[in-house]
Design a protein around this ligand. Structure first.
Ligand SMILES: Cc1cc2nc3c(=O)[nH]c(=O)nc-3n(C[C@H](O)[C@H](O)[C@H](O)COP(=O)(O)O)c2cc1C
Length: 362
């Protein structure tokens, strides 16, 4: 079967894509924004990241209407799954199950007590209403006890599962190997339960990041989301109390992800998805040029409202048109480390030229 540059068999092309093929001689070209997101084919590279904007059917519908190609549901915490299991077993007790990191969550949580079952309900309702892929999300720290749940996620109809593994390597008694081994245990256990496309959203806290990303990519997962953005504590110097750092990202927060997408692009056998600090079309374009197959966006939708996504997609298309690009493969990875004319730039962390010549007065 013949495939186009995005890897889509000719027989599975939509009417929009066929129109694009027919119109290549016209002045106004219909862009083909389709992309592979692991085993999922998306109509464009814009995915709504997991957040409070993806926890109800109404806002999911709004995201689809604004142009999102897929949605990642608000994460269910591993502890919620365990809690639900305990409720079902009639032995409700949270002690021993809850990590210090999520104690606060439980203190202020006033949602349904059976959160895991409500989550399955959300998946089913979202699937009934949306035509774009619905990706479930689980926030986890280890591979204990909860890994039966992805089977239920699969049965509820989710198109894929994203695991948000949060593990700040702050325990001085744990070796790098111990810290990172848990990722592979989780993947192994989940893969033994389900055939769902599996994505991992990770952080950049790893002892040898490139090797870690490569090893993860070789486990058979569909994609890696680079990177998660963590809650950051701050200090109030007047009240001398700990406070919360900014919850929403800024466009300047893109650089960490951009660098690592560029370094790893076309060197791993799974999709790389850019995440954090992508606030506009420019951010998304940079990520695709670096080699991402798609991007996840969240903060910009909080700041500018969900309909802003339509504007981002239109500006993305306008840029493609201005460069005479017709499909993502025309420019995806053009500026990855592997393809760029100056690959050393991505490896430089102390760039003498820029630091030395920086003006003393701005
Ligand atoms: C209010 C809020 C809630 C979030 N909730 C989740 C969550 O439940 N699970 C998750 O994996 N990420 C969650 N995130 C992180 C986002 O999915 C995303 O990774 C992060 O915000 C970086 O992307 P951005 O710069 O586009 O915001 C949340 C982010 C925000 C701002």
């Amino acid at each position: 079967m013949t495939e186009d540059a995005a890897g889509i068999p000719a027989t599975r092309k939509t009417s929009r894509e066929r129109a694009f093929n027919r119109s290549t001689n016209c002045n106004t070209l219909l862009m083909n924004l389709t992309t592979q997101y692991g085993r999922l084919t998306l109509k464009n590279p814009f995915v709504a990241g997991s957040s409070g904007l993806t926890d109800s059917v109404d806002s999911l519908v709004e995201l689809e209407r604004a142009g999102a190609a897929a949605v990642v549901l608000k994460s269910l915490f591993e502890e919620e799954i365990l809690n639900d299991m305990k409720l079902q077993l009639g032995t409700m007790s949270s002690s021993g199950f809850v990590y210090p990191e999520t104690l606060d969550f439980y203190k202020y949580y006033d949602g349904p007590k059976e959160s895991a079952s409500s989550y399955l309900d959300l998946i089913q309702k979202a699937k009934a209403k949306l035509s774009i892929p619905v990706i479930a999300s689980i926030n986890c720290m280890d591979a204990e006890n909860w890994t039966y749940f992805p089977k239920q996620v699969e049965q509820a109809g989710a198109d894929a599962l994203e695991l948000n593994i949060f593990n700040l390597p702050s325990d001085m008694n744990k070796s790098p190997l111990e810290n990172e081994q848990v990722y592979f245990e989780i993947i192994r256990k989940v893969q033994s339960q389900v055939k769902l496309p599996l994505f991992l959203k990770i952080s950049y806290y790893a002892s040898s990041l490139a090797a870690f990303i490569k090893e993860l990519s070789e486990t058979g997962i569909d994609g890696l989301v680079l990177f998660n953005r963590f809650y950051n504590p701050d200090i109030d110097i007047d009240s001398l109390e700990l406070t919360s750092g900014a919850i929403l990202s800024n466009p300047q927060d893109i650089y960490q992800s951009l660098r690592w997408v560029a370094i790893m692009a076309d060197r791993v056998p799974c999709s790389l998805i850019g995440s954090t600090g992508i606030h506009n079309a420019n951010g998304a374009i940079k990520q695709i040029l670096a080699g991402a197959t798609a991007v996840q966006i969240t903060s910009t939708l909080y700041k500018n409202g969900i309909p802003y996504l339509t504007q981002i997609i239109n500006q993305f298309e306008t840029w493609m048109q201005s460069k005479n690009y017709h499909q993502l493969s025309d420019f995806r990875g053009k500026l990855s480390q592997k393809n760029s004319e100056n690959p050393a730039v991505y490896a430089r962390t102390q760039f003498m030229h820029y630091y030395r010549n920086f003006p003393k007065e701005l």
